[in-house]
Design a binder for this molecule. Structure first.
Ligand SMILES: *Cc1c(COP(=O)(O)O)cnc(C)c1O
Length: 227
């Protein structure tokens, strides 16, 4: 077994254990393998053990990788910031985008989504703690953007994504993840049909799952440290 294959089994074990602790079914959490900076061979190895959703942040490396792997039945998720001059690349090459935080970007993605493809599945990025990245909408802006995005024909709004600042401990991480979840629940209460809460990475996936994450984005724990 290769290191990547073994790492995927380990991460699946961590997900299952966190689900057990919180009384959830392991199928309720999807694993997104974040392959940014790693090549097509790494993706193929992960696919070999049944991993079929991959996350990329940098379009200049992601698009050639996606083209090289055309024909491999996997989903590609854009988890990096989307500039307005790059929306066409995202609309044409990806299945998902997790980082919507402006209506103008959403409109462009919708208009540029090729008609032969299903709608682009999207999450709105939430900035819960004034995090260093500065990306994402505030909790008070989330409902308005969600309603606008839900009306765009080329997009299908699936949920909320968050990247809180790394927390010092489990309890602190849970407080941040719970804040994201509360916004997710409030949007559902307002009538939006959402099923995806994208939160948790290599270091904090247990806390995220115990706080309700349905999709964890895991890079280094699968592919190793990035250069
Ligand atoms: C790089 C990245 C990840 C993966 O981070 P790891 O700590 O390597 O698991 C997850 N989410 C986003 C948005 C990222 O940019």
């Amino acid at each position: 077994m290769t290191t990547i294959e073994a790492n995927i089994q380990t991460v699946r074990g961590r997900i299952a254990a966190a689900c057990r602790r919180s009384g959830r079914s392991p199928e309720s959490v999807q694993l997104l393998a974040v392959s940014k900076t790693f090549g097509v061979e790494a993706v193929r190895q992960a696919f070999g053990v049944g991993q079929c959703a991959f996350g990329e942040s940098y379009l200049q490396e992601a698009v050639p990788k996606i083209r090289l792997l055309q024909g491999l039945p996997v989903q590609w998720h854009c988890i990096g910031p989307i500039q307005s001059n790059k929306t066409r690349l995202v609309a044409e090459h990806f299945d998902w985008a997790h980082t919507l935080d402006r209506f103008k970007i959403a409109q462009r993605l919708s208009e540029q989504r090729p008609a032969h493809l299903p709608p682009l599945q999207v999450c709105i990025q939430l900035n819960i703690d004034g995090a260093a990245t500065k990306s994402g909408v505030t909790p008070s802006e989330a409902l308005q953007l969600a309603r606008q995005v839900a009306g765009l024909p080329g997009l299908r709004l699936r949920g909320i994504m968050g990247i809180p600042d790394p927390a010092i401990d489990f309890v602190a991480a849970c407080a941040l993840f719970t804040g994201i979840r509360e916004v997710f629940e409030s949007l559902k209460q307002a009538g939006l049909e959402l099923d995806t809460l994208s939160m948790g990475m290599s270091a904090d996936l247990e806390a995220a799952i115990e706080c309700g994450s349905t999709l964890v984005r895991v890079g280094s724990a699968i592919f190793g440290a990035r250069a």
